[in-house]
Design a protein around this ligand. Structure first.
Ligand code: ADP
Length: 449
């Protein structure tokens, strides 16, 4: 399965990483540069001091000891004889033993301590052999220590800064994405509850940014879709309504023709008119009921209904059809089982399921209707051992006008509206309906109210 990472998390990861890289690059540049600058400063200082002492020494008339007598301060400089013997100046034990080398200032590392060492040799004064070595020495340990402490502080500070950046950034992104969450919430509730009247919440204090405009645009689009759906429902409702009277007239006339038919041929023709008119009448009634439920205009008389009685009525109304197909009908209802429902609508839903069980049942098969308490709900199960429904059709049978097999259904005068109506009725009651079926073995519809 594809890993789901929210945009908020991705943005947070991105800029935290970017922040980390920036901090590391900037600190390395600044740290490295200031370290180099302070080392350069030390080197310059050492060279300057050595040069000053060398100049002074060149002006001395006697020799180096005059310099000693002058109580001159030797901060970082010491003077050695040409053979390396210490004469005067700042004596640093570690460095005293390093061999002299004329040239540029250099780094010497002795016992883990770092020094800048700069040597220079004076010309041989008159009456003496070899001249003098002037050595400038300055420790760089404090600079290195400072650098190291800065690194340690940074190692502690960087994660802290990153954590604060990530948390702060996540909070800001979450706030910025709040309208997106509202859009998702609304879209989910529209598809779960099939309530197209819902709209995306827009706070009056929200800033007029792109997401605000997106929410406003989506709300306008939902207004239009809702309008179209309403118009379509209104059309279905009006059309069904308008068809009812002419169909009743055709049915009445057909029945009259059947009564006065003089021969078999006329009877057959009249019977066809009556059958078809009944079929259309049933279809129109279903369409009208569905349109009314959709438009929330269906009258819903909730009352205490005795399920035992209701199921008996359903079974009785199906006796003729079941005996034609030699299907055994029986019910099993807990004594005194009551349910809050609209009696007419619930009866029509149960009758529909039973009639389907018979229509799609096998000769000498059975249809069982049972009802019982199931926790704080009531369960009604209609089960048959008929032809069943193949897996690929199961999800579609609730769709209006969906029929599994056109040829097979035509012989029963099917319209594909029965189950859509049952589902609408059950949902109007706040219940749910599920189906289980095995092709060749049978089907079970379960209503939970
Ligand atoms: P129809 O008017 O065609 O019966 P329904 O909405 O009642 O319409 O059913 C939709 C389809 O589901 C039917 O065409 C039928 O193929 C299938 N179906 C419904 N109930 C059963 C059942 N008990 N056994 C097998 N198939 C069924």
């Amino acid at each position: 399965m594809k890993k789901v990472t929210s945009i908020k998390t991705r943005i947070t990861i991105w800029y935290t990483t970017l922040m980390f890289v920036l901090i590391v690059v900037v600190l390395s540049l600044v740290g490295g540069l200031s370290y180099q600058l302070s080392i350069d400063g030390i080197e310059k200082d050492v060279v300057l001091q050595v040069t000053q002492v060398t100049e002074k020494l060149s002006k001395m008339h006697r020799d180096v000891f005059e310099l000693v007598d002058s109580k001159e301060e030797f901060k970082n400089v010491s003077i050695y004889e040409a053979n390396g013997k210490y004469i005067v100046g700042q004596y640093i034990y570690d460095v005293a033993n390093i061999s002299f080398e004329e040239g540029l200032p250099r780094r010497e590392s002795i016992d883990g301590k770092e020094y800048i060492v700069y040597d220079t040799k004076t010309p041989t004064p008159p009456g003496m052999r070899g001249g003098f070595w002037i050595r400038g020495v300055e420790s760089v340990n404090s600079t290195m220590l400072l650098g190291r402490s800065a690194i340690i502080i940074m190692l502690i500070l960087i994660p802290l800064i990153l954590l604060l950046t990530a948390l702060g950034g996540y909070y800001i992104t979450k706030r910025a994405f709040r309208p997106v969450n509202n859009i998702i919430k609304t879209a989910n509730s529209i598809s779960a509850q099939k309530d197209i009247s819902r709209r995306i919440e827009i706070s009056p204090h929200s800033k007029e940014d792109e997401l605000h405009h997106l929410s406003v645009t989506l709300n306008k689009m939902l207004d239009k879709i809702e309008n179209l759906i309403m118009q379509e429902k209104q059309f279905t409702s009006d059309a069904s309504h308008e068809l009812r009277t002419p169909i009743s007239v055709i049915l009445a006339q057909g029945e009259y023709l059947l009564d006065i038919a003089e021969d078999e041929k006329e009877k057959e023709l009249a019977q066809t008119i009556v059958d078809k008119a009944k079929q259309i009448s049933k279809l129109v009634s279903r369409l009208l009921l569905l349109a009314r439920i959709d438009q929330h205009r269906q009258k819903f008389n909730k009352e205490k209904v005795d399920l035992g009685v209701l199921i008996d009525i359903a079974v009785d109304s199906m006796r003729e059809l079941s005996s034609q197909k030699e299907i055994f009908l029986f019910s099993n209802v807990s004594e005194g089982l009551m349910v809050d429902a609209d009696e007419t609508l619930l009866l029509s839903a149960i009758t529909n399921l039973v009639s389907n069980g018979i229509k799609y049942g096998n000769k000498a098969g059975h249809v069982v209707i049972s009802a019982s308490e199931c926790g704080d709900k009531t369960e009604i199960v209609v089960e048959d051992n008929g032809m069943g429904i193949a897996e690929e059709h199961i999800d579609k049978i609730w769709t209006r006008f969906y029929r599994v097999d056109d040829v097979r259904n035509d012989e029963y005068g099917s319209s594909g509206l029965g189950l859509a109506m049952v589902k609408s009725i059950v949902e109007l009651h706040g219940g749910e309906i599920t189906v289980k079926s095995t092709p060749g073995h049978g089907t079970q519809f379960r209503i939970l109210l």
